[in-house]
Design a protein around this ligand. Sequence first.
Ligand code: AHG
Ligand code: MN
Ligand code: MN
Length: 332
Amino acid sequence: MTRRNQTLGEFIIENQKDFPYASGELSRLINSIRLAAKMVNHEVNKAGLVDITGAAGETNIQGEDQQKLDVLANETFINTLTNREIVCGIASEENDEFITIKGQKNDHRNNYVVLMDPLDGSSNIDVNVSVGTIFSIYRRITPTGTPVTLDDFLQPGNLQVAAGYIIYGTSTMLVYTTGHGVNGFTLNPALGTYYLSHPNMKFPKDGNIYSVNEGNYIHFPQGIKDYIKYCQEEKEDRPYTSRYIGSLVSDIHRNMIKGGVYMYPNTSKSPNGKLRLLYECNPMAFITEQAGGKASDGYRRIMDIKPTQLHERTPFICGSKNMVEKVESFMK
Ligand code: AHG
Ligand code: MN
Ligand code: MN
């Protein structure tokens, strides 16, 4: 049951029965992410004070080393999940290799791996524009009791058991899915509590926003160039509106509420696009599909791609179903 004003803690407990297996463990995992997100939120909100407390790489007046926010967010999530012995492994955009968590008893008894982009849109921090965190959760495929291997992380997106993002915006929100729709919770910073503010979020089937870094136009494939021209044509409901924040979480969050399509295509400079399949595209694709939208690389469903490397990149077209299908028809 979903109820507005329900807290995230209540929601997690009430919906625990949705999982066929190890549900308590998954609930504790989402609880840990909720906690880490509050800590990162606190740091993000202080970012504008950096000139007063000292820039990254310097020592502040208390004698503490200042860290870049993306490094800090990475450590916060890793430490929170490691200390609580909740996962058997973590892979992060910020780390070259995955981390094995063996547990205090060295028994590798946990069942889930987390993959994450701890701070998405990091170039926006210095200018006081929304950033985010993205996470993706899988059940391990190797046996419990043994150390995780790379195979546990290289699973296709269609095997995700949960995924979500936190948006540190005008409000801080945690939006996630466990495969039973998408729910959004807004943080009341005075109480440190998230409340269900956006139950059962749905991508409008159509929209009139296109989000792409048009500065790269000259390097785009012909299909994307043609689609952009289509968006700009004067016909019926067109021209569309162009909106691009440069932080994937914020751009998709807006498009999910208003209706739109986000595109980061391959370019002649980066033949596989820029975004990371495991840390950015798969979790956003899972949320998007659960909200009735669609995510594609221009030709195939994102979540059906079998990853071969941790830091693999892919072109990414994601948003309102009809708009993504239109882009795909231009790619043919
Ligand atoms: P990150 O900050 O984690 O490196 O991700 C930035 C990503 C994504 O959030 C955003 O949509 C995209 O890069 C913006 O890239 P361009 O500046 O090339 O448009
Ligand atoms: Mn990112
Ligand atoms: Mn990042």
